[in-house]
Design a protein around this ligand. Structure first.
Ligand code: ATP
Ligand code: MG
Length: 323
C-alpha cells in the first residue's frame, strides 16, 4: 500500500493552566491515505480542534508534549518554524473553527487571498494573480467580483466559501476543516459541505472534517474517529461504526441523534466529561458508561482491533457487539 498522506502517532498536547498542564489530546494515533475523507466527532471539549491545531502547529497556550505528525513522510513535530510556514497552505491547510470571523475585516477578499500567494513566494503578474483569485472564487461557487468586497458585505455562507477558497489556493494534499458549517442554517450547511466535497475531490486532497452532526458527517466522510476526553476511542469505516459501534460512547452518540421515527425527547448522555487536570484512572468514560465493570475503573483500555480497520478502546467491546 502507498505511504499515508498523514500519520499521527501517540500525539499528546498540553495546555498550560494556572493549575498545571491540562492534557487536551492524549496518545492519539490515526492515519489518512491520499484523497481519504476522515471525520472527527465527539462532544464539546473532547480535543478535536486541539488535534488539528497541533497538526498545523498553531496551538495558542499549548504545546505538543509528545508524538509524531508525519505529513508526506516528514515529521512536522520536529521541523523548524520557517519550514512549517512553508507547509501551511501549500501542503496542509486549515479552515479554522469560526473561520468566517478569522477573515480580516479591513482587507478586501481579493487582497487577503493574494497574501497567501505572496507569503509563499508565488510570484505572478497582477493580471495572472487576479485571474487565479477569480477562478478560485468561482470554484467555490462565488462570483469573481466577490474579490472586491469586504468581509462584512458577505453572508455567512459566502464567507465560509471564501475560507474554503483560501484553503485550496495552493493545492494542499490535506485539508483540515474544523466545523466549517456550524454557524450556518441547514440548507446553506449542505451547500457549503457539497462545495467543500467537490473541490476536495477535484484537488484529490485528503480531508479531516470536524463536526458535531454525526448524521450530516456520515454523508460526507468514509471513515470516522470518535474522541472522548482527549482520546480517540473508536475509529472505523463510517458505515460499520453506525451499524455496529464498538464503544459505548459512540453507541450513545448515535442513539442521541434525532430521527423522524423517534419523536421521543432528545436523549442526551448523562454526566459530564472528566477534568483534564485530574484525569480518571482506568477508562476515561467509566463514570458515565452503563456497561462499566470493576476493571474499567482501574485499567485503561488499549485500542483493540475489531474487524478490519474498525477499532475501539473498550474492555467490553465484545459484549457491546453481542448486546
Ligand atoms: N488555549 C487553551 N488553554 C487552556 N485550555 C484549552 C485551550 N484551548 C482549549 N483548551 C481546553 O482543551 C480541551 C479541548 O478543547 P478543544 O477546543 O480542542 O475541544 P473541541 O473538541 O474542539 O470542542 P468544540 O466541539 O466545543 O469545538 C477543552 O477542555 C478546552 O477547555
Ligand atoms: Mg472545536
Amino acid at each position: 500500500m502507498s505511504q499515508p498522506v498523514l500519520d499521527v502517532r501517540d500525539l499528546i498536547v498540553e495546555y498550560k493552566t494556572p493549575k498545571g498542564p491540562a492534557r487536551a489530546v492524549n496518545e492519539v494515533s490515526f492515519s489518512l491515505r491520499a484523497g481519504e475523507r476522515f471525520g472527527l466527532v465527539g462532544e464539546s471539549g473532547s480535543g478535536k480542534s486541539t488535534t488539528v491545531l497541533a497538526l498545523m502547529r498553531m496551538l495558542r497556550g499549548g504545546r505538543i508534549a509528545a508524538g509524531e505528525i508525519r505529513l508526506n513522510g516528514v515529521d512536522l513535530a520536529q521541523i523548524s518554524e520557517p519550514a512549517m510556514r512553508r507547509v501551511r497552505f501549500a501542503e496542509m491547510s486549515l479552515v479554522p473553527q469560526g473561520a468566517m470571523s478569522s477573515l480580516n475585516p479591513v482587507l478586501r477578499i481579493g487582497d487577503q487571498m493574494a497574501d497567501i500567494f505572496e507569503d509563499h513566494g508565488v510570484r505572478r503578474s497582477a493580471v495572472e494573480r487576479e485571474g487565479r483569485i477569480e477562478r478560485l472564487l468561482e470554484q467555490v461557487g462565488l462570483p469573481g467580483t466577490v474579490r472586491w468586497r469586504f468581509p462584512h458585505e458577505l453572508s455567512g455562507g459566502m464567507k465560509q466559501r471564501v475560507c474554503i477558497a483560501m484553503s485550496i489556493a495552493l493545492r494542499p494534499s490535506l485539508i483540515l476543516a474544523d466545523e466549517p458549517t456550524s454557524a450556518l442554517d441547514v440548507v446553506v450547511q449542505k451547500q457549503v459541505l457539497g462545495t467543500l466535497s467537490r473541490v476536495q475531490r477535484e484537488l484529490g486532497a485528503a480531508i479531516i472534517l470536524i463536526g458535531h452532526d454525526m448524521a450530516l458527517m456520515a454523508h460526507f466522510v468514509s471513515r470516522i474517529g470518535v474522541m472522548y476526553a482527549g482520546r480517540l476511542v473508536e475509529t472505523g469505516p463510517v458505515r460499520k461504526v453506525f451499524a455496529a459501534p464498538r464503544h459505548p460512547y459512540t453507541k450513545m452518540l448515535i442513539e442521541a441523534l434525532p430521527s423522524f421515527e423517534k419523536t421521543a425527547a432528545f436523549k442526551g448522555i448523562p454526566g459530564v466529561g472528566p477534568s483534564l487536570l485530574d484525569p480518571l484512572p482506568g477508562c476515561p468514560f467509566h463514570n458515565r458508561c452503563p456497561m462499566a465493570i470493576e476493571r474499567c475503573r482501574t485499567d485503561p483500555p488499549a485500542f483493540r482491533t475489531g474487524s478490519e480497520d474498525h477499532h475501539a478502546a473498550c474492555h467490553r467491546t465484545e459484549e457491546l457487539a453481542d448486546a
